[in-house]
Design a protein around this ligand. Structure first.
Ligand SMILES: *Cc1c(COP(=O)(O)O)cnc(C)c1O
Length: 387
């Protein structure tokens, strides 16, 4: 068979190799603990499941939904953005339901980018930004996220020519994979940069609700001028343990959303109204569950940080997300350290290099594994490092 050329340009799926190795070990009877993929281990809370049951049983939800999303969902999202972030969203023009944030992040590349265009992509970064830009035919310029800059991209270091060519800038804070959070004026500088060079901003807000030690994450959209230049993607996946449900939304610049909407009317037929109404119900409801999840992840973070620090690793105490981004010990690359930990400790961690060239020298550990398994994993890693 003959396939499209665009497939040849794609990097292999980040977790494909790891999944193969894990399967091999498990088939051989090894008890492998995965701190690899970020997929919450705890179930979706019962109050959400109960609401979904009610919505599924309602025949009013059986038919094709609108591609923009239903009014209940749009209004709930707008009121959530006002209440939580102080950001104004017009539910009729500045909201769109998405089948998860990933779907929107990927599709917006096709409504924004042509072959030969340039996308500015954080490095390390969530792999979809570069992957979907490349699928759309665009070139990717990596903006390195370095510890000395707090893992924020240095916009002043973007060359004049790249800034002129670039059409889209991807950012996302709290950040996957570095766990970094923004400093006060960063979003303001992003808006100024985007206006100066006519670049559209896509802010990936998958983690604003999962933060620790009293830190409260802002929305990019609350920045003055943000809606003139960009959109923000919100996801229920991580804060509400709903990765399998596929629900999220985009808010922000109308023109960007209108183009995304037109594209999507050719791709899918919207999100199940029962799920949209359940998503609205979640936004309008109590945040107690999310606070409980934050306590769970903060506890796991401390467990990992204390243990790994005691064997000489440098472990920053993240203020947000469900990931720890840790420099590998001397003498290892990110790949060789992951291999060591898998072979000697049967623990899966992710090489930073998989998130872009600047990820070399780091590994990512995910907090989405039960406490006792994390405790067992750190025991084993400690022993493997003392070998
Ligand atoms: C998990 C994750 C997503 C995916 O969200 P979905 O709503 O499940 O598609 C998007 N962005 C980042 C940075 C993530 O870590």
């Amino acid at each position: 068979m003959r396939f499209s050329k665009r497939m040849d340009n794609l990097a292999p799926y980040l977790f494909a190799e790891a999944e193969r190795k894990i399967a091999e070990k498990r088939a051989a009877g090894v008890d492998v603990i995965s701190l690899g993929i970020g997929d919450p281990d705890l179930p979706t809370p019962q109050y959400i499941v109960d609401e979904m049951r009610r919505q599924v049983a309602d025949p009013a939800n059986d038919r094709y939904p609108s591609n923009w999303g239903c009014a209940e969902y749009a209004e709930a999202a707008a009121s959530f953005y006002k209440r939580r972030f102080g950001a104004d969203v017009d539910p009729k023009r500045e909201f769109m339901a998405l089948l998860g944030a990933k779907e929107g992040l990927a599709h917006i590349c096709f409504s924004m980018l042509d072959p030969g265009d340039l996308a500015l992509v954080p490095d390390p970064g969530y792999p979809v930004y570069a992957g979907a830009s490349i699928l759309a035919g665009a070139d990717v310029r990596y903006l390195p996220l370095r510890p000395e800059n707090g893992f924020l991209p240095d916009l002043d270091a973007v060359s004049e020519e790249d800034a002129r060519r670039a059409k889209v800038l991807f950012i996302g804070y709290p950040n996957n994979p570095t766990g970094a959070v923004v400093e006060d004026d960063f979003f303001t500088r992003v808006v100024a940069f985007a206006k100066k060079h006519d670049i559209a901003v896509v802010h990936d807000n998958a983690y604003s609700e999962l933060t620790y030690d009293g830190y409260v994450a802002p929305s990019f959209l609350a920045t003055p001028g943000a809606k003139d230049v960009g959109v923000e993607f919100f996801s229920f996946s991580k804060p509400f343990n709903m990765t399998g449900w596929r629900t999220g939304f985009a808010v922000g610049n109308h023109e960007m959303l209108e183009h995304l909407w037109r594209l999507k009317t050719n791709m899918d037929s919207g999100m199940f109204d029962a799920l949209q109404k359940t998503s609205a119900f979640i936004l309008n409801g109590s945040w107690d569950f999310v606070h409980e999840m934050c306590a769970v992840y903060a506890r796991r973070r401390d467990l990992l940080a204390d243990a790994l620090t005691s064997v000489g690793m440098k472990v920053p105490r993240i203020k947000g997300t469900i990931y720890m981004w840790i420099p590998v010990p001397d003498g290892y690359t990110s790949g060789s350290f992951c291999d060591h930990v898998l072979e000697q400790a049967a623990v899966v961690i992710t090489p930073g290099r998989g998130y872009g060239p600047a990820g070399e020298g780091f590994v990512r550990l995910s907090l989405t594994t039960p406490d006792d398994r994390i405790a067992e994993a750190v025991d084993r890693i400690e022993r493997s490092l003392k070998l």
